[in-house]
Design a protein around this ligand. Structure first.
Ligand code: SF4
Length: 317
């Protein structure tokens, strides 16, 4: 048998689950334990098929519309946040509803509600159609928030009073691209108000920084994450921008196009905030099956953030 070619795998750290995702998954598990199956979940609790399938096997039922949940079973709202109308609809129906929204998304919700009360028009920097954006825009009446995605979109803004304008951002954006959009906003509207501390969350920021740290060492980057995971897609972009010739998003090891790794000597591996470590292990093992692998972990920061589940789920039934 031919000897396997040598390959160094650089594991970015931190990677994978963030505190918001960890809490949201635990909340579904705790609800299943406390109330039994089925527990309804509006929208994928986090953007990862492996996680969602695992919870479905335990008795979670995922729906997109609250109308598909019966009144007499618990319902959990996703980590990305939900429009106010959905939370109110559950209240009107007297459902047992628990919101698994990440506290860092709630912080943005609170911010725009406060700014709106103070008479500000709000610009949200985010991706059109992303669930978090729908949830954030849904905190205020239609028309109160203008969504922009790029530097070019800044030119299209037409606020009634440029002196009463504020911006917030989606939590999972590219740190560098967002800085450019903010700079364009400030150039056009010098009085625009921004968040005291930026809205891009610690997990997104740290995972992007760790990719930048390994980028000079690697020929290719594998980001483990789902197609609909914003922070995972941003990691691919960050890797490509930092000079990786081949940066790719893969949900599972089975999705890897091995032909792309012919002749490659070093590969970086990271995982989006909703991808569990077991999938990283799976990918590393798949590389081991084909290469003589040396693993090096490159840790840029140690994370110790933890969010507690609400008391209603922690208390015994
Ligand atoms: S990626 Fe950030 S905002 Fe989203 S759930 Fe994780 S910690 Fe919260």
């Amino acid at each position: 048998m031919a000897a396997k070619p040598p390959l160094t795998l650089y594991l970015a750290a931190p990677r994978g689950f963030c505190a918001g995702v960890d809490r949201a998954i635990k909340m579904v598990e705790m609800a299943l334990e406390k109330f039994g199956a089925p527990v309804y979940v509006r929208h994928e609790i986090v953007h990862n098929r492996f996680v969602v399938d695992g919870l479905r096997d335990k008795g979670a039922v995922f729906v997109e519309d609250l109308d598909d949940c019966p009144d007499d079973r618990p319902v959990i709202f996703s980590a990305h946040g939900s429009p106010k109308s959905v939370i109110e609809a559950a209240r009107t129906r007297d459902m047992f509803a628990v919101d698994a929204v990440c506290p860092l998304v709630t912080k943005v919700h609170m911010e725009i509600i406060r700014l709106h009360r103070q008479g500000f028009e709000i610009v949200l920097i985010g991706h059109k159609g992303h669930v978090e954006v729908l949830g954030t825009m849904g905190q205020l009446p239609p028309g109160a928030v203008s969504l922009i995605e790029t530097v070019e979109d800044v030119a299209g803004l037409a606020p009634a009073d440029p002196g009463k304008l504020a911006y917030v951002t989606q939590t999972t954006l590219s740190v560098d691209d967002t800085a450019e959009v903010i700079a364009a906003l400030k150039a056009r509207f010098p009085a625009i108000l921004g968040p005291g501390k930026e809205d891009i969350c610690y997990a997104t920021t740290n995972r992007q920084a760790s990719v930048k740290a390994i980028a000079p060492k690697i020929d290719a980057l594998v980001v483990i994450g789902a197609e609909n995971s914003s922070n995972s897609k941003r990691l691919v972009e960050v890797g490509a921008k930092a000079g990786c010739d081949y940066a790719v998003l893969v949900p599972r090891a089975a999705d890897i196009d091995w032909a792309k790794f012919d002749g490659v000597a070093s590969v970086g591996i990271t995982a989006g905030a909703s991808a569990p470590e077991v999938l990283v292990t799976e990918v590393v093992d798949a590389f081991r099956a084909r290469f003589d692998v040396t693993v090096e972990t490159v840790e840029t920061v140690v994370e110790n953030v933890e969010f507690k589940a609400p008391r209603i789920l922690r208390e015994p039934a």
